[in-house]
Write a protein that binds this ligand. Structure first.
Ligand code: PMP
Length: 395
């Protein structure tokens, strides 16, 4: 997208009543035009059933899904495209890695910053006999690798930790946690919903065993698509069984990846949209990511300058994901979010953000926070608009 396109998108959003969109941590908006075009193309000229037909439309859909899978693997630093499993979103990816792996009698160590996409499947698994050990993060949201190490004194099947907090933007030391967990014989399962597309995620460097990705947040794809990276060494059970377009003579699921985890007709428009998003992120979108970091620091420092807001998470100047969460000294986070929307057309989100554990860790369980999630399409002008509004609200 050119700066003119961005201006146009901002202008269009003003028509819809939104002058600045700070809810990227929930879902990114608007999407790059290439993503929109890919979805439209899949619904018009390229709509065959992938992997299930020998006619040209079906073959073309299969080819394009393969290309999208390969692009996602390359973007995330996965060596083999077949280790990328497409899902409905990060929620399904987390369910697949947790429920596909953990069995009664297993022990799992989990950070206290997790989203309900991890906490709720673990609650189900705990009822089935999995021992869940929650390890408290520091008050700024950081998991200390030493606390994970201490929790690994008993035999443990898995360590589960998010990469970036959706409440505070805290970036966890995943490579270090992975080294410690592997030394203790545990596999590492990561919720990367708020990292992929915002940080440079290189799975070959992180060395994790499973990494769950949301397609519609920082990755800039459509809603309803996500993926799970599964290390070639890690076998988990699938969540669903059904048709895969091949080996139809047997009732058993194929053993090969990705088919064994992807029964049913796939979300072709979503997958091709995600493929186009990855092409954007690897090209002109890279500059946007650098800009996101600068804008996040600018917003954080600006809020501290105004005063009257408690900001959760890492100190200004330290690396963080593009999320800034605040509690106003006067009024509540929901009141602030409603006022920003009503008076200024600024979109953000208030509440617990589906992460009550994280709020317990930060001491914001009773109030929740008002969260500003930054991302594609935002400029310094938008951030200054938000800062001006926050100044007025405080006065
Ligand atoms: N994990 C985290 C940390 C998230 O912020 C979210 C989205 N709120 C999810 C998982 C779920 O992602 P999805 O919407 O792709 O299912």
């Amino acid at each position: 997208m050119t700066p003119e396109d961005l201006e146009r998108a901002a202008g269009d959003s003003a028509v819809g009543g939104v002058s600045a969109y700070f809810d990227h941590a929930a879902t990114s908006w608007p999407k790059p035009t290439g993503v929109v075009d890919a979805v439209v193309r899949a619904l018009t000229v390229g709509g065959g059933s992938p992997g299930r037909a020998a006619h040209r439309l079906g073959l073309e859909a299969s080819r394009e899904i393969y290309a999208a899978r390969t692009a996602c693997a390359a973007f995330l630093g996965a060596r083999r495209s077949k280790d990328i499993i497409f899902t409905r979103g990060c929620t399904e990816s987390c369910n697949l890695m947790l429920k596909g792996l953990l069995r009664a009698g297993d022990r799992v160590v989990v950070s206290s910053m997790e989203h309900n996409s991890v906490a709720r499947p673990l609650a189900v698994l705990a009822r089935l006999g999995v021992e869940v050990v929650r390890v408290a993060a520091h008050e700024n949201g950081t998991m200390d690798p030493a606390s994970i190490e201490a929790a690994l004194s008993a035999p443990t099947r898995a360590v589960v930790c998010q990469h970036v907090s959706n409440v505070t933007g805290t970036i966890q030391p995943i490579a270090e946690i992975t080294r410690i967990a592997h030394n203790a014989g545990a596999v590492v399962l990561v919720d990367g919903a708020q990292a992929a597309g915002h940080l440079d995620v290189d799975l070959s460097q992180l060395g994790v065993d499973a990494y769950a990705v949301s397609g519609h947040k920082g990755m800039l794809g459509p809603q309803g698509i996500g993926l799970l990276y599964l290390n070639p060494e890690l076998e988990v059970d699938g969540l669903l069984e059904g048709g895969t377009g091949g080996g139809s003579e047997t009732v058993e699921m194929p053993s090969s990846r990705p088919d064994r985890y992807e029964p049913g007709t796939p979300n072709t428009p979503g997958i091709l949209g995600l493929g186009a998003a990855v092409a954007f992120l690897g090209g002109e979108g890279a500059a946007q990511r650098d800009q996101e970091q600068l804008l996040t620091q600018h917003l954080h420092e600006g809020i501290l300058d105004i005063g009257g807001y408690r900001v959760s998470g890492p100190a200004p100047g330290s690396p963080r994901g593009p999320v800034v969460s605040v509690v106003p000294d006067s009024g509540t986070p929901p009141e602030l979010a409603a006022w920003l929307d009503r008076e200024h057309g600024i979109a953000c989100r208030a509440g617990l953000h589906c992460a009550p554990w994280a709020h317990e860790t930060m001491g914001t369980r009773d109030t929740g926070t008002c969260r500003f999630g930054l991302g594609y399409g935002l400029t310094e002008t938008h951030v200054d608009m938000l800062l001006d509004a926050l100044r007025v609200y405080r006065s």
